[in-house]
Design a protein around this ligand. Structure first.
Ligand code: GLN
Length: 452
């Protein structure tokens, strides 16, 4: 049924980079055979899923939406894809994204645009815009994404679905094409909070293959999603993120969600986090710095594309030609920014300073979580913007993640859950719920209460 739905709407939505009907049906038959043979599989066995094309999949190509990885077939599965395969989920295909997950609209894909199913002239958010569009358009019931600065929560918010950034280290980065390793976090997209919880619980947990994986018992998020009880919970509204600067329709829905939580018995207080305003500039030094280091591995020798001919004289020349042809403009901008920020003489002034800001933000979160159980804000300052509107203005594009980035810098858990449609454009608005490190269950509890 999902493959048929894809055949119908994919020409308009463009969520997928790779679909292979036969491989999908083969997987489905294999799951069926396992069940027939009496194998005990998880509750999601047989459920189809779409994966962001940044997770390695051993039977499908993996490009990170970059020309530099065109034609690369990974010889292995990412831990997330492997665990979901073992649990019996069936892969529908690989979804579009901003090249190497750098962007907020999926317009930086080297291959195609993805359209927001609510209004095809608008972006589906990014960088995981293919995954959000696939679920919002009913092409897939579930999908995976990665969140480095908001790339799960922001696309979830602007397409009216649930998206969760688990605690950093709570879901494995093994087999994920690296962008900024200290921030990258795999997470789920779904149409309900409970679906997202079941998906997260199936792929997360300690992985010895990831050096930053957390080896600690985690509270059940499925139980929390079923519980959905917020009575007696202390909820903090971040003053700096709930005032001017946001679209009026976004603020109206946010304020209603606050009232709803109060009516359900939560105690809502205002919390000030003054340093959060410095998160965006700190992120745009740290993320490009890590990206410039991570993307050095694309040297034209190991993966995908290689540009050169008989007249090419040296390995360096092949590398330069390949990187010039294989990386898009946003990726090049970040490699240059990051290389500059890390260069000797500038390191302390830029990267070092950004790391200090990061520490201050983590401390501010810690102080806030002494007062409250969760913090809330709108997920994004605006609803989905028109395709092309911010494409030539990186600064305007970066602002889409103003509210999501602090949680990446501190590593805490954060969710976006739908909270209605904005009056001025009828487009979905997301409520962001932030919880302490390993407090993912609190996001699910509050998210499920708001959803009801
Ligand atoms: N939009 C942010 C960026 O461009 C976040 C991306 C992400 O979370 N992968 O870096």
């Amino acid at each position: 049924a999902h493959l048929d739905r894809m055949a119908e709407v994919e020409p308009k939505v463009g969520a997928f980079l790779h679909v292979d009907r036969e491989t999908t049906l083969e997987q489905a038959r294999a799951v069926d055979a396992r069940l027939q043979a009496g194998e005990k599989l998880g509750p999601l066995a047989g459920v189809p899923i779409a994966h962001k094309d940044i997770f390695a999949t051993r039977d499908m190509p993996t490009t990170a939406a970059s020309k530099i990885l065109e034609g690369w077939h990974p010889p292995y599965d990412a831990t997330v894809t492997r665990r979901l395969r073992e649990a019996g989920l069936v892969i529908l295909g690989k979804t579009n994204l901003d090249e190497f997950a750098m962007g907020s609209s999926t317009e930086n894909s080297a291959y195609q645009l993805t359209h927001n199913p609510w209004d095809l002239t608008r972006v589906p958010g990014g960088s995981s815009g293919g995954s959000s569009a696939a679920v919002a358009s009913y092409e897939a019931p579930l999908s995976t994404g990665t969140d480095t600065g908001g790339s799960i929560r922001q696309p979830a918010a602007v397409t009216g679905i649930v998206g969760m950034k688990p605690t950093y280290g709570g879901s494995s980065r093994y087999g994920l094409i690296a962008f900024a390793s200290s921030l990258d976090t795999p997470g789920p997209f779904a149409r309900t909070v409970l679906d997202a919880a079941m998906l997260q619980e199936t792929f997360s947990g300690y992985d010895p293959m990831d050096s930053t994986s957390i080896d600690a018992p985690v509270p059940s998020v499925v139980e929390a999603a079923r519980n959905a009880d917020v009575s007696g919970m202390r909820i903090g509204v971040i003053r700096e993120f709930a005032g001017e600067g946001a679209q009026p329709g976004v603020l109206a829905r946010f304020n209603e969600a606050v009232q709803l939580l109060e009516s359900l018995g939560a105690k809502v207080v205002e919390v000030s986090c003054p340093s959060f305003e410095t998160a965006l500039p700190a992120y745009y030094l740290i993320a490009p710095s890590e990206c410039s280091s991570n993307l050095a591995r694309f040297d034209a020798m190991r993966y995908g594309l290689r540009v050169g001919d008989d007249g090419t004289r040296s390995a360096e020349e092949v590398m330069a030609l390949t990187r010039a042809a294989g990386f898009g403009p946003e990726v090049k901008r970040r490699i240059m920014l990051g290389t500059y920020a890390l260069s000797s003489g500038y390191y302390d002034a830029y990267y070092g300073q950004a790391q200090k800001v990061r520490t201050v933000i983590s401390r501010e979160f810690e102080a806030a979580f002494h007062q409250v159980d969760v913090l809330i804000s709108p997920t994004t300052p605006t609803t989905a913007f028109p395709i092309g509107e911010r494409a030539d203005d990186p600064m305007a594009m970066y602002l889409a993640d103003l509210y999501t980035i602090p949680s990446n810098l501190s590593g805490n858990a954060a969710m976006s859950v739908p909270c209605g449609l904005a009056d001025e454009d009828g487009l979905p608005v997301g409520l962001q719920i932030m919880a302490p490190v390993l407090g993912d269950d609190r996001c699910y509890r509050v998210g499920a209460a708001v959803e009801k």
